[in-house]
Design a binder for this molecule. Structure first.
Ligand SMILES: Nc1nc2c(ncn2[C@@H]2O[C@H](COP(=O)(O)OP(=O)(O)O)[C@@H](O)[C@H]2O)c(=O)[nH]1
Ligand SMILES: [Mg+2]
Length: 263
């Protein structure tokens, strides 16, 4: 074989799980951009019978391109259960890196390269909007405050040292998902992200944050609502209670600023 120089790590297969609900205008450009840029990456869309016909369009894309996969669910069952379905699908196959990503271009595909490089010495990589100041484009002030407060609240109650605990752009190493009891994850909104990262941290896995700029969706409607915030408020206390007497991992921040090159 001529490809001796490529390390085994680089050949590992990655799967990006993308839940969709009414993302008709986004799925074609998004999948084209990702597949063109990353030859070892495949996509799994989980569509919840989107009324705008996203599911049918995804079937057309998948029929043309073997690196696109689609699962259909009968109705809007929420983001958390969509990801759990996708994780199980990935674990039944040979993917080594398994991503969560939104379909609405809030998560810029250019960062996938940063995730793939950071995961080499981590088990979970989180895209963070708050490593240095705030990197969010086009959010209202209340939305930003909720998000910042959520991370602070998680840190105060559980001790988890994430700079961004509710982000949804992340990459798991396969063994993390194999070790978690996925059927135990109940929450669906913000708190799904908190729960997944928290269990990963408590299990002693290596977590790293990388900086991302988050762009609010240009078209379509966000799923953010009061019920999602209420769910997160309770879930954090449930996590706290569950591990009340369990020893916590060290509180070393997940984000480590790059060291200035020494001369
Ligand atoms: N399958 C599925 N996807 C969903 C559901 N709710 C939201 N999504 C998708 O999850 C991603 C994030 O949702 P979005 O509304 O942008 O949430 P926000 O960015 O937090 O405001 C997008 O790709 C949505 O299409 C759902 O109930 N089922
Ligand atoms: Mg969004």
């Amino acid at each position: 074989m001529a490809t001796v120089s490529t390390s085994v790590e680089e050949e590992q297969k990655a799967l990006i799980i993308i839940p969709t609900y009414n993302e008709r205008d986004n799925v074609t450009p998004l999948s084209e951009t990702i597949l063109r840029t990353y030859p070892n990456v495949e996509l799994l869309f989980i569509d919840d019978n989107s009324p705008d016909g996203t599911g049918a369009l995804l079937d057309v894309l998948a029929a043309r391109e073997p690196r696109i996969h689609v699962l259909h669910r009968p109705g809007k069952l929420g983001l958390g259960t969509a990801y759990v379905t996708g994780f199980k699908w990935a674990l039944a196959r040979d993917y080594v890196y398994i991503f969560e990503m939104d379909a609405d271009f809030s998560h810029d595909p250019k960062y996938i390269a940063d995730f793939l490089s950071a995961i080499r010495d981590a088990d979970l990589v989180l895209g963070s909007r708050y490593t240095v100041g705030v990197s969010v484009i086009n959010w209202t002030l209340p939305r930003l405050l909720i998000s910042k407060l959520a991370t602070l609240y998680v840190r105060l109650i559980t001790g988890m040292p994430a700079s961004d605990a509710t982000g949804g752009f992340k990459c798991f190493r396969r063994r993390v998902l194999e070790s978690l009891d996925l059927d135990r994850i109940r929450s669906n909104g913000y708190s799904f992200q908190i729960e997944m990262t928290y269990y990963t941290w408590m299990a002693g896995f290596r977590i790293r944050e990388i900086p991302i700029i988050f762009y609010e969706r240009a078209g379509g409607v966000s799923k953010m609502n009061k019920a999602i915030v209420r769910e997160a408020i309770w879930v954090v206390w449930r996590l706290w209670f569950k591990h009340l007497f369990r020893r916590k991992p060290p509180r070393t921040p997940f984000y480590q600023p790059p060291q200035p090159a020494s001369r």
